[in-house]
Each structure stands twice: as C-alpha cells, then as structure tokens.
Design a protein around this ligand. Structure first.
Ligand code: NAD
Length: 252
C-alpha cells in the first residue's frame, strides 16, 4: 500500500488453513486484521494467536455468500478499525464428485462460496476503499482453474475468479485499488486432508505422493501463500494489478 501503516485487512475464511496463516502474517507486518469465518467460534484460534503475538484482530461471523452478512461484517470492521485497506477473498469449500455423481447442491455450494462470496466481499470493500483513494484486493484462485478430475464445480469457480480479478482490476484501477489473484498448487491444510480422506488415503501419504510430482519436491505450506499475499498487499507491489500468480512449486 502507498498509505502508511497500520493498515486494516479483512481476510475471509481466516479461521484455519491459508486464511489463518495470511491473517497472522498481515498482523505480524503491522495490520489490524478482521478475521471472518462462518461462525464466531471458527475465528477464535486465529484472533487469539494474533493477540498473543501482540497484534490486533477482531473475529466476525460471516457467510461470505450472504449479502446482508457481508454488509454487516464490513460495517463492523469500519466500526472497529476505521477503514478497509486490504481484502483477501480466501473463504472456500470443496464438494468434489465426478460429473455423473455431482448434485446441483454440490455445484451451487461451491460456486456460491468462491464466486458469489468474492463478488459480494469485493463490492462491499470497494465502497470503503474508493473514498480513501486506494486499496489492495487478493483473490484465491487455484491451479485447478485449468481443470481437474472430480472438481468441475471447483475448477469452474477458480477459473471464474481469474476473470473476476482482471475485470475488477480494470474497474478499480482508476481508484488506486489493485486486484490480483494467487493460484496455489497443493498446500497442506484441512482442505487437502479432506481430499485425501475422500480418496481413501492417509493425509501424510497423500502429501508424500503429491510432493514426488512437484518439481520442488515438497507440498506448499499456508505460509508460502501468506508471504505472497503480504507482498501483493505491500509497497513493492503497487504497480501490479490484474495478475494471477501461480505459487505451486512448479506443479506441471
Ligand atoms: P480450508 O478448508 O482449510 O479453510 C477454508 C476456510 O474457509 C475455513 O475456515 C472455512 O470455515 C471457511 N469458509 C468456508 N465457507 C465459508 C463461507 N461461506 N463464509 C466464510 N468462511 C467460509 O481451506 P484452505 O486449504 O485453507 O483454502 C483456502 C483458499 O485457498 C480456498 O479458497 C481454496 O480453494 C484455496 N486453495 C487451496 C489450495 C490447497 O491446496 N489447500 C489450493 C488452491 C487454492
């Protein structure tokens, strides 16, 4: 950001995984952080960790796909911290199934959280960023945007997030707001543990097998993504917008 710290950051789905690591990293870098997740109890561990490390955080229950909850959450952030400088659209779910078994609910749930959620949160955030003359928005896409067996819903949502990123970058650039996406490869989180179990594998074995196919010979950690979010939210990224950055260890 060009504006002086302390910045105010909103991270969705920040109760665990990549979102939690990102919230902790932005707080370590000096931001006041709003930790959004489905329920207040989901936010407690992250808010506590940030507070214990000397940072500032508030936990807010918010289903990112529910417009009224999103509006109320951003009003609370502004009440607590005065403004919004950074938004990280990270909240996500998976409902994997091959096409012949995929239900309408599997489809709608995934599109609703990833895509409608990013749309609603970005719309709410820009209302506060535009009058301030700037802001940073980082969206979580995925290498699955290129297509992935059993993930038609997720791949579609993550590809659409890239379209939304370049479109919002064009619309919000004149207001000093950058909009970028990160497309992670395999990152070790509760989400990938869930995938392993659905495939009948132990999470450790799944990580081990995946690492063998990654050129850097390891799977990613949430901190690998948090560092790139921090870069995109920081002063060195002020002329980068509309981009999708792959953070995947060189995953083919
Ligand atoms: P995770 O399942 O560990 O965490 C996701 C968080 O989002 C949870 O805390 C969950 O409660 C929250 N969430 C879900 N639905 C929500 C809703 N409607 N409103 C608010 N919060 C909600 O997942 P993760 O692995 O940390 O993934 C974070 C993001 O990164 C997701 O968008 C995911 O698609 C993306 N991603 C992950 C990987 C990976 O390998 N882990 C790879 C590529 C992209």
């Amino acid at each position: 950001m060009n504006r002086k710290p302390p910045l105010v950051a909103v991270v969705t789905g920040a109760g665990r995984g990549i979102g939690a690591a990102t919230a902790r990293r932005l707080a370590t870098d000096g931001a006041a952080v709003a930790v959004l997740d489905r329920s207040a109890s989901d936010t407690h561990a992250t808010v506590h960790a940030i507070g214990a490390a000397g940072g500032r955080a508030v936990g807010i229950a918010c289903d990112v796909a529910a417009a009224d909850q999103v509006e109320a959450a951003f009003a609370r952030v502004v009440d607590a911290f005065g403004r919004v400088d950074v938004l990280v659209n990270n909240a996500g779910v998976i409902r994997d199934n091959l096409l012949f078994m995929m239900t309408e609910q599997d489809w709608d749930t995934v599109l609703r959280v990833h895509l409608r959620g990013a749309f609603l949160c970005t719309r709410a955030a820009q209302r506060h960023m535009v009058p301030e003359g700037g802001g940073r928005i980082v969206n979580l896409s995925s290498i699955a945007a290129r297509g992935n067996l059993g993930q038609a819903n997720y791949s579609t949502a993550k590809a659409a997030v890239q379209g939304l990123t370049s479109t919002f970058a064009a619309e919000l650039g004149p207001h000093g707001i950058t909009v970028n996406a990160i497309a992670p490869g395999f990152i070790s989180t509760p989400m990938t543990d869930e995938t392993a179990r659905r495939m009948g594998l132990e999470p450790d074995a799944f990580r081990h097998d995946t690492a063998a196919r990654v050129p850097l010979r390891r799977v990613g950690s949430p901190d690998d993504i948090a560092g790139v979010v921090a870069f995109l939210a920081g002063p060195d990224a002020s002329y980068i917008t509309g981009q999708t950055i792959h953070v995947d260890g060189g995953h083919p």
